[in-house]
Design a protein around this ligand. Sequence first.
Ligand code: UDP
Ligand code: MG
Length: 346
Amino acid sequence: MNKRVEFPVVPFDGPFDKPLLSLVVPLYNERPMLPLFFDRVLPLLATLDVHWEIVLIDDGSDDGSAQYIRGVIDRMPGIRLIKLSRNFGKEAAMTAGLEHAKGDAVIVLDADLQDPPEQIPAMVECWQSGVDVVLMQRRSRAGETAFKRWSAHLFYRLLNRTSRTNIPVDTGDFRLMSRKAVNALLVLTERNRYMKGLFAWIGMPTQVIQYDRKPRAAGETKWDYPGLVGLALEGLTSFSVSPLRWATLIGLVAASMGAVFGLWIVIKALMLGDATSGYPSLVAIISFLGGIQLMSVGIVGEYVGKTYMESKQRPVYLTDEVIENLTGTRQQVQLKPTGARHVKAV
Ligand code: UDP
Ligand code: MG
């Protein structure tokens, strides 16, 4: 089914002498970061030979982030604030940003400056040499615990073993995408947005640039371990049905083991007249099989749940308002309460 996404924002109306670069920045309670963010990013954009826009997505912050950004928008054009109606999570915020970006190239960037904006010129240069995706790969992950590094490493490898879509190791959301790549991404209308997987799914000519990931400049990470485990499960089950096959396989192995064990007991009783003493082996087998069954039901449930969520066809996010400075004075675009994402079948 082909779907077309209509955008409520004013289309870019030039000038068209240079390409337009959009920075898409999801943020949630990043008020302490924002002055620093603009201080680092704005001078850098000024050195580039492109038109630019910054699309900030306020993912339901309640720390005054939006008010601060309004102040900046009042003073200068080129910045757009997409205020979501509540916290929808980074994946949804990024989707909102990509839908609202008008650029010929779009860079997704964290507001906490962990993705160094100083890499932007190299990314743009790479894009101008003809690739559609410039992927930023972490050479180092400063400010992260050894356990987080190790678990991330393990996760990426497990993910790539299970899924046909090859998700590059040690890459995050920090990347540049051409308009072609962004449009391809926006065709994927699934609700369940595991962005790293979606990014990888579209393919396209890609170049990898390595960089050193910095610690957060201020504030705190929004991810805790349960959140990360959830995201990992999401990743594993979004892009492959192999866990279902594992369940079948484990069931098969357990059943074979049970059969062999049963046979052995019968043979022993017939040949040696040794009636096997009961409980312990029985308890062990029952709990082993019970465990496997529960796990398998859990895995199946994960997929059933996903199908249920998809079947509801809810939008990925709702927009409260879009604020931008079009003519030097701030303009407020009030949206219909149904949100920004008008998805219409063609
Ligand atoms: N973020 C968001 N919505 C959320 C959580 C995070 O938009 O629900 C933003 C956050 O403000 C930041 C980026 O996503 O700009 C990355 O988040 P964070 O730094 O917490 O993740 P980490 O870098 O630790 O993976
Ligand atoms: Mg961060």
